[in-house]
Design a protein around this ligand. Sequence first.
Ligand code: ATP
Ligand code: MG
Length: 630
Amino acid sequence: MTAYEDFYRRSIDDREGFWAEEAQRIDWKTAPQQVCDYSNPPFARWFVGGTTNLCHNAVDRHLEKRAGQAALIAVSTETNTEQVYTFQQLHAEVQRMAASLLELGVQKGDRVLIYMPMIAEAAFAMLACARIGAIHSVVFGGFAAGALASRIEDSSPKLIVSSDGGSRGGKAVEYKPLLDEAIAQSSHKPSAVLLADRKLTTMKIVAGRDYMWSELREKHLDTVVPCEWVDSTHPSYTLYTSGTTGKPKGVQRDTGGYAVALAASMKHIYCGNPGETYFSTSDIGWVVGHSYIIYGPLIAGMATIMYEGLPTRPDGGIWWSLVEKYKVTVMFSAPTAVRVLKKQDPALLTKYDLSSLRALFLAGEPLDEPTAQWISEGLKKPIIDNYWQTETGWPILSIANGVEEKTSKFGSPGVAMYGYNVKLLDENTGDELTGAGQKGVVAIEGPLPPGCMQTIWRDDERFVKTYWNSIPGKLVYSTFDWGVRDQDGYFFILGRTDDVINVAGHRLGTREIEESISSHPNISEVAVVGIADALKGQVAVAFAVVKDASALVDDAARAKLEAEVMKVVDNTIGAVGRPARVRFVTVLPKTRSGKLLRRAIQAVCEGRDAGDLTTMDDPAALQQIKDLLA
Ligand code: ATP
Ligand code: MG
């Protein structure tokens, strides 16, 4: 067995011993008495009897050794500001925020909703909640009133932390009117709203409800707020999934298991060392922002960059200039962002000194081979795909270079990560598929490892029903992704289980067809959906964005490109995968987190209602498809 295989086997076969060791990576006030209580499956309780605090582990415990080192680097290319907070300064700001929350009546266990742009105050608010044992619920700042209202309703926060506005592409975006409207729409009313005024827009203040952070901060400049030691199983936060496949689910996370999982992943997967700088380009509104902008890097004693702005402004080199300036060693982004950069001048990738950077991690969507190849050749750095979900909080599949160096295989997010007993199952029979090349549902045998969701917020029944009851005859967690494994144990994600297409009895993942189409030199992005067909059951239809639009000058040119694309599919997958039509669009419908909304495209193609679109980014994209079909 290789070193990683050994490590992995132990995490499954000697779960208790393995995680007892990993638990040493964090500070406990009281040591856990039991590593894992799985007496009531599928509910797992990790590090039972232990008490700890996330904020202590992220901030306070570093004061002794690195008080003067950078902890939070807030960069905005929207307001052209850069501010570096040392651990000492972060500690002070978090206590001011915590004192303000306490003054406004927030107590341990209360929910605090955070609706903020990517500014330092958002990080202060998250850490302040953790400090006092309040449960934060961060809502992506780009969401409109309706999406925000449903999250206020579901999490029933005592208090909301927000701001006058954000900024996108240099234009101020008002938050406050959306927040007021969302509170009006919700039957639950928070008792207070705490506002960071950036002076980007003018705010209407609701007397008796709205408070200014600048004033409370002033009042609490020197207030000491000790960390509240909470049970390991105390909920640290709730967070909604991206809503790619339907109505978002409110994921609830614990405290101790999460801290241990993040500390372990920083060591084994991301290989980040104390004193270095981590740069994740995500947003605090997503799980990557929680785990790998805020908690993971800080728990590891690293500085973390919070970036507000577009990847292409002032130009497509902005991220790499930050890598140079702050000597970033570990970077994390998403395939969708890389596809944006792909349209920029490739010389920008080599303009800056990237010698500090060891690896670029990508997650969130399938990383197609051409995109992986492009960024890998441009940066000349290892590109490491990692596959996970809001539900799991940290990678299910990746490579763990901190345990044993492995090379990535482009198109594959890697092997099962330690702690995850990953199986491929036949979705009809529940049988385990062990052979290389067999396709099935990616499932995880319980207990889920530390850091994964405890339950759906206030809905244990929905947790069990949604995730654990979909495979016949087995209590097993379904990821609702479809995959295949090769002889080396590397997985390939073929698409969501909803996205599997059944063409005349052949089951194909949309991903397989998309991967094939995107290998055409003039295709930059593509979405494939299965459409009901009287003859074949289903047929594949592709919607593609071209790189060079001159290939679409007239109908004849369009038909030529369509035929070329079909030919590519014929040659790579075979005629069964050939889309019935390839349509060309300028933009594809996505969630605000950058994921393709295939279910919405499919619904529109089949003339059905497109369902919950509250997390959709640009409605014009779906309209374009409607217009094409009309
Ligand atoms: P919802 O569950 O509300 O429909 P969502 O699944 O998009 O939304 P997230 O938790 O943000 O919400 O995304 C997790 C999903 O993203 C995974 O289940 C998988 O489909 C996809 N995904 C994430 N990382 C990768 C990756 N590296 N390769 C392929 N797919 C990935
Ligand atoms: Mg999901």
